[in-house]
Design a protein around this ligand. Sequence first.
Ligand SMILES: Cc1cc2nc3c(=O)[nH]c(=O)nc-3n(C[C@H](O)[C@H](O)[C@H](O)COP(=O)(O)O)c2cc1C
Length: 326
Amino acid sequence: MIDARALFDADERRALVAEANLAPSVHNIQPAQFRFAEDGAIHIVEHPRRRIPVGDPTGADNRKSLGAAAEGLVMALAARSIAAKVCIDVGVRVELEADAAPDPLRAHVQTRATWRGAFATPSIADARALADLARFDDLTVVTNAAQRADIAALYDAVSLLTLRDNAYREELVSWMRLARSHPDWARDGLNAEAMALSSFEAFGAGVVMGKAFRTLDRMGLAGPLIAEGAKVKGAAGVVFFHRPAAESDYETGRRFYRVWLEIAARGLVLCPMSVLADSAEAAAQVKKTWGIREERKLVTAFRVGRLPEKARLPARVRLPADELIV
Ligand SMILES: Cc1cc2nc3c(=O)[nH]c(=O)nc-3n(C[C@H](O)[C@H](O)[C@H](O)COP(=O)(O)O)c2cc1C
């Protein structure tokens, strides 16, 4: 095993962890911290306070986020011709070994980002790219318009049920940065740009998700105001991502990142819709309808499409690398 501390100086360590931290994380809370440890390995540990206890009571989403960061680190190391062994226990330990080949998916690490806006009108090329993704046995691809409409309706219904939980909503809002003046706008969480909201819409979102929610909900208006089903209907497809039920969340997170990069490699952008997996009833319905076997866990559903011609992906929001090294 190669000693990571001997191999990388402070600048190189910062570059490595910054790249690893480009991985997706739930609500962009960025729970991964990196320790260049005395045993020569790089330990990826969970930040003690970067947690969402209401939305992620068991910590599974944080473990997936740490797994995704580990995969990011493995790709960053491979680009430096270093192979890595990922050991999963309570956290993640990445051991360095000699001679890796670069990973072609790394080419999309800098440009991958969540797209929460509307998609371009689907094309034949999109359908082909999605058909190509269907060859992975952990992806179930739905392109049929009527089926996408069913998923859109289910997604909106489950989202509304989830948002009716005041504690859930409060926690989500605490990670939303609705104005540029927010001190963490460019550091973490979900800013208005990442959520594809204009400043006017962002103001409205603050009102709807905040004090007005219950009143609006009583008036039957909260549902239509938070609905995103139109974006599912306008997508080229929905990709259900499922893994063996017994797989560790860390491993699932590694694969989560690679699947996202596979989709990016085909020129497509996406937005996860994890409430469909987090709600046991919705997940059971999805698995039954689309023939996903009982022994699989539904990890998430991605709505996938092409970026509209004049749109650009939002700027990435990340913590400074110095804060990630402990
Ligand atoms: C386990 C997991 C679940 C996620 N679920 C959702 C989701 O339901 N909706 C959503 O908009 N983004 C979801 N995301 C995406 C993150 O919000 C996103 O990765 C993060 O904000 C960082 O932004 P970036 O992907 O653009 O770099 C999820 C990410 C992870 C790792």
